[in-house]
Write a protein that binds this ligand. Sequence first.
Ligand code: UTP
Length: 265
Amino acid sequence: MNCSNNKLKSITKAVVPAAGKGTRLMPLTKAVPKELMPLGKKPVLEHIIDEIAEAGITEVLFVISEEKTAIRTHFGESLNGIKFDYVFQDEQKGLADAIYCAREWVGDEPFTVVLGDSTIETNQVVSPYTRLIDAYRDTDAACVIAVEEAPLEEVSRYGIVKPMNGVAPLFQIDGLVEKPTPEAAPSRYAIAGRYAFDPSIFRYIEQTPTGAKGEYQITDSIGLMLNSGNPIWCVALGDGETRRDIGTFEAYFEAFTHEMRKHNS
Ligand code: UTP
């Protein structure tokens, strides 16, 4: 069924998955949740909340775990006009499962997902995240995904989309695949940790089998949504716009150094 025609278009909610184990950053993540590690002078999640606030979102749900209640202690109930809520993901079974934990809080409204370990830097007046929310409002999309062009040798780290009719700042896709080999990748456009969803995504998550890494992958849920006839659109990051994923020590050190240079220049 295509639910997108009668959809409620304005989005006020963001779900921030931050319950992952952070195994690639062990042993540091035994002491500090990955999402609270410093990026320059403040925790990664504060940069992300700034991005969310700037887009006019007023409600945020953090998906956390028993090991990561420091996130709740840090943010409390509200900041900068945003109201915070928290839900626990009992077992870390993948991003689709983390998003599914938000279903009651989301209800029957469209919502966004903003990964708790990725920032997006922009030199544009309108951020990619705001453009994504606008694209959801202005198109027939049941899902809009932010994407960034990645080097071919790195496509196997990401979800990769298949453009339908070429690529523009805003384009429609007719396929997507999680962590493909360079040979199998349908393009070099990698999912950049920001999504807007029609609430029908929860039905597709329920039907999603385990995928890459033996986890429930949201890329596979979006694939099911697409195969059921729902239009899926992408917002491409432009020149001077960069996603910084702090999931590995190498990427974290690079992001940290970059942030400190901005302060010192
Ligand atoms: P990642 O896969 O990058 O985080 O998920 P991870 O699982 O913590 O990392 P590794 O592989 O063990 O090193 C991206 C975001 O989704 C959240 C993470 O907390 C991170 O912010 N996530 C991931 C969940 O909330 N639950 C999950 O089951 C998986």
